[in-house]
Ligand binder design. Sequence first.
Ligand SMILES: NC(=O)c1ccc[n+]([C@@H]2O[C@H](COP(=O)([O-])OP(=O)(O)OC[C@H]3O[C@@H](n4cnc5c(N)ncnc54)[C@H](OP(=O)(O)O)[C@@H]3O)[C@@H](O)[C@H]2O)c1
Length: 333
Amino acid sequence: VIRWGICGTGRIAAKFAADLRRVPGATLAAAGSRTTGAAEEFGRRFGVPRTHGSYAGLAADDSVDVVYVATPQSRHRDDTLLFLAEGKAVLCEKPFAMDAAQGAAMVAAARAAGLFLMEAMWMRFLPVHVELRRLLRAGVIGTPHVLAADFGYRVAPGTPHRLLDPALGGGSLLDLGVYPVALALSLLGPPDRVAALDDRGQDGVDGQTGVLLGHPGGALAVLYSSILGRTPSGASITGSAGRIDIDPPCHASTGLTVHTAAGTSRVDLPYEGAGLHFEAAEVVDCLRAGRPESPAMPLADTLAVLGTLDRIRSGAGNADRSEQEPVRSGTSR
Ligand SMILES: NC(=O)c1ccc[n+]([C@@H]2O[C@H](COP(=O)([O-])OP(=O)(O)OC[C@H]3O[C@@H](n4cnc5c(N)ncnc54)[C@H](OP(=O)(O)O)[C@@H]3O)[C@@H](O)[C@H]2O)c1
């Protein structure tokens, strides 16, 4: 049995604790929080045998094989390094780190220690996304040419929220945009061209970011993220012989539609729970097989996503701002 510890007791930690019950060969052995009260409360809620009022306490717990890091992204590097230093394997929430340099430090530490490390990009393990990649490999829509994807929901400006706090790695791109960007790279490979625009949000974080990626071979990805409003949050990939529309929300999708000259067909792959058990099962399989990383979610892919996010942010920040009046479209009198 693979014995899990959970670091942080927030929203996603609770969903993960519930979903872990669906994973054969896994047990939730311990939970760690910054405060004893939150750790004990989480422990009662999910029947966790051992709780710790500090992350260091969890790191030192010998009853734990692997830690799920479920803290805000501003902490992912340091929390991951803490658990690796104590000999624990780590599954770290997305976005894996604040930037590629932090991500590289985490990967280097895991490799130096010979410990398993994976980004918790759970979308990748959902049955619909596995099927999507199979359909593309099988050439069902021919050569993929353009991916359109977005993810957004509203976080009211000025309210206390992790996504509005720059110190916690807030903003739409890092937290929500990471999904469409990760989807683009997983389907089309790392981009060779990156263009982006964002707003300069009033809370000091990006309210929305628009991204255009050019991939080797010429395929394009047209992506955006937002915390200003609820966007369609779907994805659609068009190829020379057809199109696949992924049911929204893409990051938690349970179905897709394939359009080709032969007609339209549906694939429905519902799942139980929140869907976090697929990634957890992958970690359990890898640990049992003694693999240092997941072949399905390699660290090189995680670092490529972080590098792309870096390029998006620097591109958006340096976007050309004309000194002239904005160009007005339509008729003017
Ligand atoms: N896979 C997904 O679907 C999904 C969904 C949402 C979020 N996420 C990712 O998971 C991470 C956590 O998101 P969440 O929505 O669960 O956040 P959350 O509800 O705010 O919980 C974060 C937890 O991290 C701990 N923490 C440590 N330092 C903190 C600080 N300075 N401020 C606030 N919390 C701090 C807290 O636990 P203690 O008080 O117990 O220490 C807190 O409960 C983020 O990286 C996010 O992008 C993933």
